[in-house]
Design a protein around this ligand. Structure first.
Ligand SMILES: Cc1cc2nc3c(=O)[nH]c(=O)nc-3n(C[C@H](O)[C@H](O)[C@H](O)COP(=O)(O)OP(=O)(O)OC[C@H]3O[C@@H](n4cnc5c(N)ncnc54)[C@H](O)[C@@H]3O)c2cc1C
Length: 290
């Protein structure tokens, strides 16, 4: 297998990742006189701010997924390859990918972030992250199938487990998905599931810090907490999740919450790419820049 892109007299810039950053750069390089090669493990760009709408079945994946080949249809000296970046030989200026090597004059790493489970293997295995369209689809499928099973399961205990939703992480994504699910509980479930008691659906939003949206102003935190509580979300602040055992989310204070819908939106780490600049990595695998 080979990447199969001929060199010409122009300088070549290789961009890894066609997310918000990589896409913008590739577009801005239009007319720059350089050969632009965009490499992404998917052949579509996704728009993360609306991922919570996919997860809560509000919109379809095609509304926030856009094929690269369509976006760059008219761009000259532009090449897209669907591949995973694996290693970089900085000395020789070669990028190793899942479909072969490519040499470059300039390399731009824009592979984004992934979920940080802080080393907890149990949580990594069982919790559902929500950073990509496929992950949001997985969450949506689990949520809807748990609702179906809640109608036919054998015991009250199991029903409650299927109807409880636990979201860990009170940042923007946690707040968004908690709000969207509380709207679903209020405005969709009573109509789509008329023979189910929607009040049995309990939504928990757990945050280890003492306020939601800690990156924003204290007023925003206060406002969003009040609003979510008024929507029926159980907001738990200052609570640390430590494990997930037998369908129960375990908290550091010794309490636990039974759930089959365990959503983890609590941490980010840089997307690891093989040997990339290991010695220059900072917190969460971020590359230290000047
Ligand atoms: C659920 C959610 C909601 C968000 N909401 C907002 C919001 O409302 N407002 C806001 O400003 N920001 C929001 N963000 C943050 C925002 O999406 C990111 O800051 C932004 O996408 C980062 O851009 P990026 O180009 O660095 O990476 P990304 O947009 O994540 O793109 C990374 C790209 O790299 C590709 N890739 C990854 N690894 C490889 C590899 N090894 N080889 C090849 N390709 C690879 C991926 O497929 C992807 O296309 C949200 C994020 C999430 C997850």
């Amino acid at each position: 297998m080979s990447i199969n892109i001929q060199r010409n007299q122009k300088k070549r810039v290789v961009i890894v990742g066609g997310g918000l950053g990589g896409l913008r750069l590739a577009e801005d390089l239009y007319g720059s006189g350089m050969q632009v090669v965009l490499i992404d493990k998917n052949n579509f760009h996704q728009f993360p701010p609306l991922i919570y709408q996919i997860a809560s079945a509000g919109i379809d994946p095609s509304s926030i997924s856009f094929p690269f080949r369509q976006i760059f249809r008219k761009q000259k000296d532009f090449y897209f390859r669907m591949a995973e970046a694996r290693m970089v030989d900085v000395e020789k200026k070669i990028l190793q990918t899942s479909i072969g090597k490519i040499d470059y004059d300039y390399l731009v790493l824009a592979a984004g972030a992934t979920t940080n489970f802080f080393g907890n293997k149990n949580i990594e295995e069982w919790a559902m992250p929500m950073k990509t369209v496929p992950e949001a689809m997985g969450l949506r499928n689990a949520l809807l199938s748990n609702l179906e099973r809640a109608l036919t399961c054998a015991t009250e205990e199991e029903r409650q487990e299927l109807l409880n939703v636990v979201i860990v992480g009170g940042g923007a994504t946690g707040v968004e998905i908690a709000g969207a699910l509380s709207e679903m509980k209020r405005y969709v479930i009573p109509y789509d599931y008329p023979d189910m008691d929607s009040t049995l659906m309990h939504i928990y939003l757990i945050e280890a810090g003492d306020r939601l949206l800690s990156a924003m102003s204290p007023e925003s935190s206060e406002h969003v907490e009040k609003y979510l509580r008024s929507m029926g979300v159980n907001v738990l602040l200052g609570k640390m999740v430590t494990d997930y055992v037998d369908h129960r989310v375990m908290l550091k204070d010794g309490s636990s919450i039974a759930t089959r819908t365990f959503i983890w939106v609590s941490g980010v780490a840089a997307q690891p790419i093989g040997n990339l600049d290991r010695k220059h990595l900072g917190r969460g695998g971020r590359i230290i820049v000047d």
